[in-house]
Write a protein that binds this ligand. Structure first.
Ligand SMILES: Cc1ncc(C[n+]2csc(CCOP(=O)(O)OP(=O)(O)O)c2C)c(N)n1
Ligand SMILES: [Mg+2]
Length: 328
C-alpha cells in the first residue's frame, strides 16, 4: 500500500516537472481495495483493469522501475513505452490487456473466464472496474451472460464516489446510476453481490477471499462493491497531491492543509491500516517508518532507472502491430 502511495505521489511530481505527457490517473485512496483483493488470487488468474491501473499492477508485483518507464514512454517500459499509463499490459502477471475505455474490459474479463472454464484451467478472471463502468451497455450484457454461463469471474467494482466523509451517504446515492445501490444491478442478474468498506483492508481480504473460493468452487460469478471516499487530490482535472504522505500522519494530520485534513484523518486507507497495526500490537510505529523508508528508496531507484531509459526508436511504432508478428 505504501509503495502504491509513494509511487503515485512521485508520479505527480514527475508529471508536474514535465517528465510524463498526456492525461493520467492515480489510485491514491483505493490502496486497501487493490492490495488485499489481489493478494487473494493465484498466479494463473487474469486481471483486467482501467485508466486507474497503477495500483493494481503494483499490487500484483509489477516492478516500479519498468512501470515508471512505461508511463514515461521509455523503451524499458513493460510495453516498450507504447502502452503508457492508460494501457500498460503485463501478461506475465495476468494483465493481458488494459484499457481506458470505460466498461470496455467487462466483456473481455468474461471472455477470459469463459476460456478458463472451457479449458478447465481452474483459473478465474477479475474485472476491476469503477462505479462509472456500470453505466455502459457492456455491463448488463456481460452480467447476464456471465450469470447464465456460470463463468468464473469476479466483478470488483471500486466505488470511489465523491460524497465527502460520510460513507453511509455515499452508499445511499449516485449521480450516475438509476440502479442504486450498485449491487442492485448484478442482483437483477442473480449474481451474488456484496458491499464492503474499501478502506478496511482486513474486511476487503475477507470478502474477496470468500468470493474467490465460491468462484473456484464452480458457483459462477460474484460481484463486490468496495466503497471509498474520493481522494481530494482528484478534485481537479489533473491529480494534485494536497500533502506528502508520511506514516506519521496516521497520528498527527497537522502537516496536511486544513481543506484536505478530514480525508487524511478519517478516510485514508493507508493511514487507517497503519493505526490498526499499531493499536493491535502487530507493528510498532518505528517498524512502519522503517518500511516506509525502504519504499521511498525503492521509488527513488525506480525513478532513476526510468529517467535513464532511452525513448524508443521511431520504427518501434510499427512493431507489435500484428499479433502473429515474430517477437525478439
Ligand atoms: C467509453 C468511455 N467514455 C468516457 C470516457 C472518459 N472517462 C474517463 S474516466 C471516466 C470516469 C470513469 O468513472 P469510474 O469508472 O467510476 O472510474 P473512476 O475514474 O471514478 O475511478 C470517464 C467518463 C472513457 N474513457 N471511455
Ligand atoms: Mg468512480
Amino acid at each position: 500500500m505504501l509503495l502504491i502511495r509513494h509511487f503515485e505521489e512521485r508520479l505527480i511530481a514527475l508529471h508536474d516537472a514535465g517528465k510524463t505527457r498526456g492525461h493520467y490517473h492515480v489510485y491514491i485512496g483505493q490502496e486497501a481495495t487493490g492490495v488485499p483483493a489481489i493478494a487473494c488470487l493465484e498466479p494463473g488468474d487474469s486481471l483486467f483493469t482501467t485508466h486507474r491501473n497503477h495500483g493494481h499492477l503494483l499490487a500484483r508485483g509489477a516492478e516500479p522501475a519498468r512501470l515508471y518507464a512505461e508511463i514515461m514512454g521509455r523503451s524499458d517500459g513493460y510495453n516498450r513505452g507504447k502502452g503508457g499509463t492508460l494501457h500498460t499490459a503485463v501478461p506475465a502477471l495476468g494483465f493481458h490487456h488494459t484499457s481506458a475505455i470505460v466498461g470496455g474490459i467487462i466483456p473481455l474479463a468474461a471472455g477470459a473466464a469463459y476460456a478458463a472454464k472451457a479449458r478447465k484451467t481452474g483459473a478465474l478472471a477479475v474485472c476491476l472496474i469503477g462505479d462509472g463502468a456500470l453505466e455502459e451497455g457492456a455491463a448488463p450484457e456481460t452480467l447476464n451472460i456471465a450469470s447464465l454461463w456460470k463463468l468464473p469471474v469476479l466483478f470488483l467494482c471500486e466505488n470511489n464516489g465523491k460524497y465527502g466523509a460520510d460513507r453511509r451517504a455515499a452508499a445511499a446515492q449516485s449521480q450516475n446510476m438509476a440502479a442504486y445501490p450498485l449491487t442492485d444491478l448484478p442482483g437483477a442478474y442473480k449474481i451474488p453481490a456484496r458491499q464492503v468498506d474499501g478502506t478496511d483492508a482486513a474486511e476487503v481480504y475477507k470478502v474477496v477471499s470468500d468470493a474467490v473460493e465460491k468462484i473456484r468452487g464452480g458457483e459462477g460469478p460474484q460481484f463486490i462493491e468496495t466503497q471509498t471516499v474520493r481522494w481530494p487530490g482528484n478534485d481537479e482535472n489533473w491529480p494534485v497531491a494536497p500533502a506528502a504522505t508520511r506514516i506519521g500522519l496516521a497520528w498527527d494530520v497537522s502537516p496536511v492543509p486544513e481543506k484536505a485534513r478530514d480525508w487524511y484523518r478519517s478516510c485514508d486507507p493507508v493511514l487507517i491500516f497503519a493505526r490498526e497495526l499499531v493499536e493491535r500490537g502487530a507493528a510498532t510505529r518505528q517498524a512502519l517508518v522503517k518500511i516506509e523508508d525502504g519504499v521511498l528508496k525503492e521509488v527513488d531507484d525506480a525513478v532513476r532507472f526510468a529517467l535513464a531509459s532511452p525513448y524508443p526508436e521511431p520504427q518501434e511504432a510499427l512493431r507489435d502491430v500484428f499479433a502473429a508478428e515474430d517477437r525478439p
